[in-house]
Design a protein around this ligand. Structure first.
Ligand SMILES: [Fe+2]
Length: 166
């Protein structure tokens, strides 16, 4: 079915983002066991909770428009999760800290994809006058950005240095 207007595009993008979040969480779940640094494991666990909250918000926004979450498959996130799993879980590393550094690089690709997804639906919501939901989506975007920053800080504070010394 053709997407005729911004409202329909908004709904389609919400459904795509919902699926992207589900896929990301399934992969992040696997990454927790691969992380050797406990702070990194904690950041991954917090990320899963944040993504679950984000999807609960998306679900209620779709509901407010009389829509379900649908069954979209986000191909972008499919590629990113596949890449993350291959690089972190299948590759061999001489030291756990190097794997941790790889994990952060892969995690952040997925996080940034989600951030752009939230930014897009937030902009559509504002243009459509769906202001309450726009505020919720902005909050989701900001929480995802804050989560992403935790990974940047971990990389700068210790993990990259350990990986360099390995
Ligand atoms: Fe997508």
């Amino acid at each position: 079915m053709a997407i005729e207007n911004l409202k329909q595009l908004y709904i389609a993008e919400l459904k795509d983002l919902y699926d992207a979040n589900e896929q990301a969480n399934a992969t992040v779940e696997k990454l927790i066991d691969a992380a050797s640094c406990s702070d990194l494991q904690d950041a991954l666990k917090r990320s899963i909770e944040g993504t679950k909250e984000g999807n609960a918000a998306i679900k209620s926004i779709l509901d407010s428009h009389g829509e379900g979450v649908g069954n979209a498959t986000c191909k972008g996130m499919k590629g990113l999760t596949k890449e993350a799993e291959e690089h972190v879980l299948d590759e061999e590393f001489g030291d756990d800290s190097v794997r941790d550094a790889m994990l952060i690089s892969q995690y952040q690709r997925m996080a940034h994809y989600a951030i752009t997804g939230y930014g897009t639906v937030e902009a559509f919501a504002k243009r459509l006058g769906d202001f309450e939901n726009a505020a919720t989506l902005e909050e989701c975007k900001e929480k995802t950005m804050e989560g992403d920053l935790r990974f940047t800080k971990l990389a700068h504070a210790s993990i990259n240095e350990k990986a360099m010394a390995a």
